[in-house]
Design a protein around this ligand. Sequence first.
Ligand SMILES: Nc1ncnc2c1ncn2[C@@H]1O[C@H](COP(=O)(O)OP(=O)(O)OP(=O)(O)O)[C@@H](O)[C@H]1O
Ligand SMILES: O=C(O)[C@@H](CO)OP(=O)(O)O
Length: 303
Amino acid sequence: MKKIMVEGQVGGKVYREPFSKGVLSRSLTRAEMDPDRAYTFASKIESDLMEQGVKVINLDDLIVIVREKLRGEGGEIAEKYGLWKRIRRCDEPLIILIGGSSGVGTSSIAFEVANRLGIRNMISTDMIREVMRKIVSKELLPTIYESSYTAYRSLRIPPPPELDEVLIGFRDHVDTVSVGIEAVIERSLKEGISIVIEGVHIVPGFISEDLVKKHNVNMFVLTLQDEEVHKGRFYSRCRQQWARRPLKRYMNYFGAIRRTHKYFESQANKYHVPVIENIDVTTTIDSIIETITKTYGSDDDVK
Ligand SMILES: Nc1ncnc2c1ncn2[C@@H]1O[C@H](COP(=O)(O)OP(=O)(O)OP(=O)(O)O)[C@@H](O)[C@H]1O
Ligand SMILES: O=C(O)[C@@H](CO)OP(=O)(O)O
């Protein structure tokens, strides 16, 4: 039996490729459909098209057929599938910035959001900091050789006693790493690459306004009001086999980390950045997706 061909366009050039149940089911699993059900659903789509004698189907028409069939099986997956498709087909890249004090869950949430939206690029600000450490000397920028919550220890000029030295150090540290973050955002925008950037250095007010005001650049701050829950996150992470960062260090500096946490909240409020209490992963993800959906419209907005 001859395969159905799917016809699309890339850069104005028409291409054709065989209909693949695997490709379609992967899109459906991103909309949180169970993998087995997704493959069965994709097989049904293929057999329906074959019964209708379809030889070539346009990609846009295929997406409409899938979405209509999903609506018949429950709206939530249809909506998530529609959002993902809109993001993938949008000309502009989606840049998502997820900040928050150490341990609130920025890495974990960033990974989940990237997966849900089918965004293949993700980078932590820790990694950006690591690169910057190779480029500048400790003498020139001593605070980036520290953690964000210990940067005060390397301030070249100790702050006046009336100021909070932890925050002065944190600001100096973040301000420097923000230069690297802006470079990643600018490159992503120039190359049209959607990306998720996460970490303690994503602080409202430290990244250029010209970048964060763009409608396809979305910043979020994660918080944890309950200090015991926050502490628990360090226990949970340090229990994981791959964890290399010592629990004792975070506990020793937990007071400083909480001061940066408070600073995140005040900066987010000052710059009107959405603050999400990261108690439950699914709720956090849904909250981020809901905000982004406003950028990309809902299913009904699409023709
Ligand atoms: N909503 C959540 N519910 C339960 N556990 C969570 C949640 N979010 C993250 N965690 C867990 O909390 C721990 C810390 O999360 P994560 O490493 O993402 O924090 P982080 O903010 O990236 O910390 P750092 O910036 O120091 O790397 C991990 O073990 C993670 O699995
Ligand atoms: O600087 C920090 O706050 C954390 C962020 O992950 O990095 P580290 O504790 O590994 O220095």
